[in-house]
Design a protein. Sequence first.
Length: 567
Amino acid sequence: MDSGESKVTVNFIQEIIDQDKKTNKYHGRVHLRFPPEPNGYLHIGHAKSICLNFGLAAQNGGLCNLRFDDTNPSKESLEYIESIIRDVSWLGFDWDDRLFYASDYFEKMYDYAVSLIKVGKAYVCDLSPEEIRKYRGTFKEPGRESPYRNRSVEENLDLFRRMRAGEFADGSRVLRAKIEMSSPNLNMRDPILYRILRATHHRTGDKWCIYPMYDYAHPLEDYYEKITHSVCTLEFEDHRPLYDWVLNALNLPDLPQQIEFARLNLTNTVMSKRKLRRLVEEDYVAGWDDPRMPTIAGLRRRGYTPESIQNFCDRIGVSKSNSMVDVRFLEHCIREDLNLRASRVMGVLHPLKVVIDNYPGDMVEEMESENNPEDPTAGTRKIPFSRIIYIEREDFHEDPPKKYFRLAPGREVRLKNAYIIKCEGFVRDEKTGEIEEVHCTYDPESKSGKPGAKRKVKGTLHWVSAVHALKAEVRLYDHLLLDQNEGAEEQEEEKDFIKQLNPNSLEVLADCLVEPSLAGAAPGSRYQFMRKGYFCVDPDSTSDKLMFNRIVSLRDTWDRILKAEKN
């Protein structure tokens, strides 16, 4: 997708941009950035930010950078950087030659920190991390000044230079801004600008042993890149005074403005990189791209399309108030998308053998089937039909309840694109008592598409020919969490979300059968298995072992909700 073709979306951020254009605040420029920290894989919440930043740039004829805030090498890696580049590109956005890193500016940031020391707005503090927390105070009590706050400029310059030179132990000293320890905003109580951290950086190696804090680095990165509108999530609202302070304290011109919007909270979903990392590291999932994960990599592997995610992000809107979005709406968006593009095929997940006794044993017919009734250009395909077929085990009932219109003793059903069959009997397994084989007869005059084949029956079943079907492994996924509200980031930290993991979030079916047209299906290909849902060929699938992930079931609760609201 060309992000330049995005439709214009009006929200409060767009209104700010419109006003800035009217006042010529940035001489007509609109320049944004998406600035992830490379300390994990991106999730669906980041997709909202990606779509918002790149989308605002596109609809205003502006630019959007991709920038990595790589200021904490102890938690960052090239794997995360590569995954982020892959995810943003897959979503359909292009940053051209504007790929930047915070580490591009380490020397400049150091020089600016020296400038702050020289004008008496920063000092080296020897308090331990625990002491700094105690001195900071609380929301009800003002903080206390550090005993090192009034060191001379010369002493601070010397100590800061020696911090960089590696003379001091990790955590023994920090550089702090000198602002106001009685400020009602805790972020303004002499926040830390630099800390000592010996960790090999993925780009600068061991050149640095001091690293800037995010709140100090972020505004400077925006300034260096000539960003006009620095869009971030709502938890940074209380950090905005510090963002502005850094830039104003250095007397920098043409300053960017920080604008906050509400992050995405999604029901039944973990929306924290820290929690997602725990799931991966403690083997609760099979990796960052496990299809149960809300990561973009996980959604891609499960079979979500970039268009469905963009549509979801656009439709949930942008606001200043935190709220919870029902995960069923995300599922509705992928159903809408795949309904138009996914080929219909037949796959039997729990096979039950059916023998059509009066069908010639040596005969094979090719039944014509449309690929997608929603797409007139999709064409048709041929499906082999023979005497022995398989249907879903749930599609036969020896003692059917009321309103059961599938196969049962003495009842008739239509086989999709084939014949009407009638159950004449069944065979049980002598040891287990389970029905292992159903015997039927067929009506030769009832073939689908045959002139005069107008007889109607209430039930229509999907099927596969026994001798032509391909074996497949199918993975059925459910929500990762049982608790609908767990997705809210404001949930108390002490709550152990592991206890809310859904024990039935994955069911593996090893003995499924699919129609032969799926031979050689490429990884990432998406299909609708008739009556079963939408499925995607897993990357691990091979010609010898087909593997499918269920993207989403056919049942769409949200669609019914939307229709009810319209009525």
